[in-house]
Structures are given as structure tokens and as C-alpha cells.
Design a protein around this ligand. Structure first.
Ligand SMILES: [Zn+2]
Length: 384
């Protein structure tokens, strides 16, 4: 599982003068004839081996690179079970080695640079909300992190409650109730304080609240505006009978419904912008490819099921569905089996956002659409 701490650690990495190796390898579902994960790793590492022997680099840099290669070979000697991608950031000379699993395949690549190459990792992670689930009860509170398909408990808070009101001590019944309310208020305030700290550190994107049917509404009333804005749903659960798996499923359903709702909203925004003529937008694969060729895509929406062959220009990065020579530079175009894949990577390289659209929307027939950074010049007629 990827934790926020791990992502933060990768973002803080620096070779401080030594080269950092960043490696991305897709882990694809089993397919006959595909090259194996290990073959891909070996060929990527072969690509940087000459650099580790290059005498124009200083000795410490070469040594660090050579150690990185050995370490990568060793730690990636087995194919991971889960489809997606593996990303590794290494700089042996600074004792840096971070390996993360990503939930979607990325293009395979290896980069040696003074800083880790994090953009593909961030583009993938950016698609998923990190959810904080708080399970409340009068005297207890559990704070869970839900991310991708994983959940882990971050904190459990237990406060004093009046479990057995001691009538014998002479407390009137109202006074007992008032005392209990006061304790639960104090408890809720403490929980809110914890949540505020977590959200203040930007550890989470969204909040889900669960608990007994008689506690959840009370707790929701305690949520200050900033946390209420992050709340995407609540649910009631019987703490006596619910298993951790039940709770996890309830949270994940709320998180995924919310993600689907945002995806539908984005498609709606793109189609609306197209109809209104502003802000600049693209609908359909041809137009989106042309926009990406010009680095105009701010947010790309690609239907989850979209796939289509296409062509790319290796000189200037033009993308199109078909053609023999590049309309921009005249070079011959190279055929690729999936142009959506090339489109996604181009948008990532240009600093745009990617959104895969999972529910069925109008985008299913258009395949792709985008919110653009600027108005596009007319698309040249397909050359060749
Ligand atoms: Zn070209």
C-alpha cells in the first residue's frame, strides 16, 4: 500500500549531486506472448548501464549508479501479483531506495536525473481520493485511512463516559444525562481536533463518518465548516455486529460513488463547454489528440474502456488516429497499438491531469475529451 508518508518521502528525495534513478514498469494482466515483467526490467536497466561506466561522470556518481542497478535487479526479480505498475526511486550513494505500487499501468521508462522523476506517479495517484473515515461512538473514535483498496487504522481515541449512572450517589436523572452529554461533547470536540490536524496537514481529500444511528447525527453537528466541506457521506453501523470488512466496504462504496459522481461531472463540464464554445474544450479522439499534440490539455477525460490504434511523430510528438507523414514536420509517422496510452503519457509529460471515466457516460462514444489551456488552431488535414 502507498501511504502519504511514502509519497512525501519520494517528493523530498534528492541525490544532492548524485544521480537519481527513477524506474516505472507496468504490471499487466497475463497475456500470451507479452514480454514478462523481468524482461522489461532487464532491458530498462541495460539502457542505463553504459552511463554507470561513463568516465565523464565522477567516480561517486558511477559507483552510486552501479549499486542502483544491482539493487533494482535484485528487488525486481519477481513479477508482482497485482496488476498496475511498479515505480522505484533510487540513489544508493545517498542511501535512498523507495519502491511504490501504482494502481494503474504507466508507460515503462527509466530516467537518470538529479531529482526523482515523479510526474507519472503523481498523475496516477491524483486520480484517487485519500479518504479519512471516522467511526464515532459516545466514548470512542477510530480514525481510518482508506486509500486505493486498502484501509488502516491511524488512531483510536477513548474518552471517559458515564457507562453506569450511579443513581445511588444522589445524582438526579437529568444531571446524569447532562453530565453524559457534556462528556460526549468533549469527546466529539477532541475527535474534531484530531481531524482538523489531519486535514490541515493535507493528509486527506475527503471525509466519511460512520457509527451508531444515534451518534452520527450528533457528531455531524459538531463538524466545523472546513471539515463539512470535505464530508462526502455518512453511514450507520452496529458496532457490536459489524466486522472491520463491513465497515471498509461501506466506506469504499461511498468513496467510489463520490469518484463516479465527480467523473460524470467532469464529462458534463466538458460537453457543456463544447456546446457553449467556452472555456476551450475538446470532444472526441481526433480533437483531443490534436490538443495534446500542442500541449493544450489541462484535464484529460478518457473513457475507462477507450482503446484505439493510432500514429505518433517521434520528432515533435504529434498524435493522430491515422496518417503516413506528420502534418507538422513531414516525418513518417510511427504506428502504435493504443493511441490513448500515448495520449495519456503526453498529457502527463506536459503537466496535465488525467481522469479515467469509469461509469458509462456520453464519453463512451467519443472515447476522450478535455478541458484545454487555450483555443486550438484548426487541425491540419491528415497528411499522407
Ligand atoms: Zn512531426
Amino acid at each position: 500500500m502507498i501511504t502519504q508518508e511514502q509519497v512525501d518521502r519520494v517528493l523530498r528525495l534528492s541525490g544532492n549531486g548524485l544521480p537519481c534513478v527513477s524506474l516505472y514498469v507496468p504490471v499487466l494482466p497475463e497475456q500470451p506472448g507479452r514480454s514478462t515483467f523481468m524482461t522489461r526490467v532487464a532491458s530498462l536497466l541495460d539502457g542505463i548501464r553504459p552511463l554507470s561506466l561513463d568516465s565523464s561522470l565522477d567516480h561517486a556518481a558511477r559507483l552510486s549508479l552501479r549499486e542502483d542497478i544491482v539493487k533494482l535487479e535484485k528487488s525486481l526479480a519477481f513479477e508482482p501479483h497485482q496488476p498496475g505498475a511498479v515505480a522505484v526511486f533510487a540513489c544508493s550513494g545517498k542511501d535512498v531506495y523507495e519502491q511504490v505500487w501504482l494502481p494503474r499501468p504507466t508507460r515503462e521508462r527509466i530516467v537518470v536525473d538529479s531529482d526523482p522523476y515523479v510526474r507519472p506517479m503523481l498523475a496516477v495517484l491524483d486520480e484517487y481520493d485519500r479518504a479519512c473515515a471516522v467511526i464515532v461512538d459516545r466514548g470512542t473514535g477510530q480514525i481510518w485511512e482508506h486509500y486505493l483498496d486498502q484501509a488502516r487504522e491511524l488512531k483510536a481515541i477513548r474518552d471517559r463516559t458515564l457507562r453506569k449512572p450511579d443513581y445511588a450517589a444522589g445524582l438526579a436523572e437529568d444531571r446524569v444525562r447532562n453530565k453524559a452529554d457534556e462528556l460526549s461533547k468533549r469527546h466529539f470536540r477532541k475527535l474534531v481536533g484530531e481531524l482538523r490536524q489531519l486535514f490541515g496537514r493535507r493528509a486527506f481529500d475527503v471525509l466519511v463518518v460512520g457509527g451508531h444511528s444515534y451518534e452520527v447525527p450528533n457528531f455531524l453537528q459538531f463538524l466545523p465548516r472546513d471539515l463539512r466541506d470535505r464530508l462526502i457521506g455518512d453511514f450507520t453501523v452496529d458496532r457490536e455486529t459489524a466486522t472491520p470488512a463491513d465497515i471498509r466496504n461501506r466506506v469504499q462504496k461511498i468513496v467510489s460513488d463520490h469518484a463516479h459522481q465527480e467523473q460524470r461531472q467532469l464529462v458534463g463540464d466538458i460537453l457543456e463547454a463544447k456546446a457553449a464554445g467556452r472555456p476551450p474544450s475538446a470532444v472526441g479522439l481526433d480533437e483531443t489528440l490534436w490538443a495534446a499534440s500542442l500541449a493544450a490539455v489541462g484535464t484529460l477525460a478518457a473513457d475507462e474502456e477507450a482503446a484505439a490504434p493510432g500514429v505518433v511523430c517521434d520528432r515533435d510528438g504529434l498524435l493522430a488516429r491515422s496518417g503516413e507523414s506528420c502534418p507538422l514536420c513531414g516525418d513518417p509517422l510511427r504506428e502504435v497499438p493504443d493511441i490513448i496510452d500515448a495520449l495519456t503519457e503526453t498529457v502527463i509529460d506536459d503537466g496535465g491531469e488525467i481522469r479515467h471515466i469509469e461509469p458509462e457516460t456520453e464519453l463512451r462514444t467519443h472515447l476522450t475529451g478535455a478541458l484545454l489551456r487555450f483555443e486550438l488552431p484548426p487541425r491540419p488535414a491528415a497528411a499522407g
